[in-house]
Design a binder for this molecule. Structure first.
Ligand code: ADP
Length: 494
């Protein structure tokens, strides 16, 4: 499936940042507006009314303390003025209510203009509710339909707007029964709520428009670098490893760009290494094959050349070929995970000593010195064949890179729980910027393919694969111009 198709599918599957941001911001704004609507508008009148009724209740309790006193009518007027309310007090004698006092704060008052039927209604309700009755009285519904001709309109308010809180209370004091009416206006809050409602609608409209606009701008700012990155990632997918991802503005996008740049560099490097490897392998395969073919033909055609020396060349080249092929095979098995260690207990010192024998000819003919130091028997539990391959690869590298001293030192040091095998050479060493890469597949410090130095760039990655499969510690210390020490550690079997 092409990248383009996949991208189109993604587009179809989920909405883009832009749509999601708009939805999220609009949803958030609606929620905030809803909360404001409920708290500020719907509940405002409710809280205000509750507050007013409890104020009336407190005033009533205050009145209770002095009702029936000699000059309580004066006090009623004072209380009314102090609290900005209206008060009426009746005594009930033989089923008749007689007005005995009142207070008027000069506000839009209802209790002073109630018809006798409404007064009776309030009294009956209070009587039925243990002397306590609260009523929210609206001019247009409660009042007019009651007994309209029995009141007049004192205030400036439109009659239809007037809403009052009325508290009707019954109390007995000093053998007398009192019917007390307290009245305060609720209308201002209703008017405020209406203003707020209009304001709210405008605010909601502007806020929603603002949220949509803001979401669009924000999504544009976020989506633009992402789209640019996606575009470059598409180019990367079709093999353009030079893509330079940019992610300015946001830390997350910058990190994504950085990661993609890193990935692009790594993929590019691996791609180059693979190309190099193919070139190297074809070269390495072709050269011995050419030699084998050439020498075989010489030996067939020229009887004088049919000697042991030429036969040895053919054998050497065949060995080189088979080593290359088995290296490739080993690495692919290690990578695929099909080659697993089969541990057995063996003596690492003895194994190393055996391996050294392979180098006898090298020592004898080419003047190499391969020194071996050990502190004695070192029993370890590991895959013998694999560890042999590790030692062999490390010594091979040391021989290949040791330089003019022709000296390689192999040592085995016993620790408390582990044994360390080191292979040191006096070669030119590895520079710090290259040292981390030498374990990578196909990596060779010297890019110029030099047949004098045998190698495919696979040896150390095989070493790494084997040692990691064993969970062993390994590493290298190297100084340019001084030499390198490659080492690994295995747990000792006691
Ligand atoms: P090669 O087959 O090329 O030796 P390796 O994987 O064994 O591949 O090594 C990778 C690279 O690491 C080598 O090409 C070489 O540049 C560097 N290297 C390995 N061992 C040594 C060493 N003992 N001294 C210096 N460089 C080394």
């Amino acid at each position: 499936m092409s990248t383009k198709n996949t991208a189109t599918q993604v587009k179809k599957r989920s909405a883009g940042i832009r749509v999601k941001l708009v939805i999220a911001l609009v949803a958030f704004t609606v929620l905030v507006l809803l909360a404001i609507w409920i708290l500020q508008i719907r509940l405002l009148s409710y809280f205000y009314e509750r507050e007013k009724f409890s104020e009336l209740e407190e005033t009533y309790l205050d009145i209770c303390t002095y009702i029936g006193d000699k000059n309580f009518t004066d006090q009623l007027q004072k209380t009314a003025e102090e609290n900005g309310i209206c008060i009426r007090v009746f005594t009930i004698i033989d089923g008749m209510a007689k007005a005995v006092g009142d207070g008027n704060a000069g506000v839009n008052c209802m209790v002073h203009h109630l018809s006798s039927s409404l007064l009776e209604d309030l009294y009956v309700n209070a009587k039925m509710n243990n002397g306590v009755y609260d009523k929210r009285m609206e001019f247009n519904t409660d009042f007019v339909t009651g007994d309209a001709e029995n009141f007049y309109l004192p205030g400036l308010l439109q009659p239809a707007d007037t809403v009052n809180a009325i508290c009707a209370r019954l109390i007995e004091k000093d053998g007398a029964e009192y019917f007390i009416l307290l009245d305060c206006e609720l209308t201002p809050v209703s008017a405020t709520v209406k203003t707020l409602q209009v304001q709210f609608l405008w605010t909601a409209f502007f806020l929603l428009c603002g949220a949509i606009l803001f979401a669009f701008i924000l999504s544009r700012i976020i989506a633009t670098p992402l789209s640019a990155i996606t575009e470059k990632a598409r180019r990367l997918a079709v093999g353009n490893y030079t893509a330079d991802f940019e992610g300015r503005g946001y830390r997350e996008i910058a990190e994504l760009a950085e990661t993609l740049n890193f990935a692009a560099r790594e993929i590019g490097a691996t791609d180059n290494l693979q190309k190099e490897l193919i070139a190297n392998i074809s070269h390495d395969l072709r050269t011995p094959l050419t030699m084998i073919k050439g020498y075989s033909e010489i030996m067939r055609d020229l009887p004088g050349e049919n000697n042991a020396e030429n036969a040895q060349i053919i054998i050497d080249e065949t060995t080189r070929l088979s080593e290359l092929v088995s290296d490739l095979l080993d690495l692919s098995k290690l990578q695929a995970g099909t080659k697993k260690p089969e541990p057995e207990v063996f003596d690492l010192s003895a194994l190393t000593q055996d391996t050294m024998r392979r180098y006898d000819t090298l020592i004898r003919h080419n003047g190499y010195r391969i020194l071996f130091e050990t502190q004695g028997e070192a029993q370890v539990q590991a895959d013998r064949g694999m560890i042999l391959q590790v030692i062999y690869n490390l010594i091979n590298n040391a021989v290949n890179y040791t330089g003019e001293s022709l000296r390689v030192r192999v040592s085995i040091v016993l620790g408390e729980d582990s044994v360390r095998l080191s292979v040191a050479d006096d070669g030119e060493g590895i520079s710090p910027d290259k040292i981390d890469h030498i374990w990578d597949r196909y990596y060779r410090v010297d890019k110029v393919h030099n047949r004098a130095v045998i190698g495919t760039g696979l040896g150390l990655s095989i070493v790494k694969g084997i040692l990691e499969a064993h969970g062993a510690l390994y590493g290298v210390e190297s100084a340019v111009g001084v030499g390198s020490v490659f080492w690994f550690e295995l747990p000792l079997v006691k």
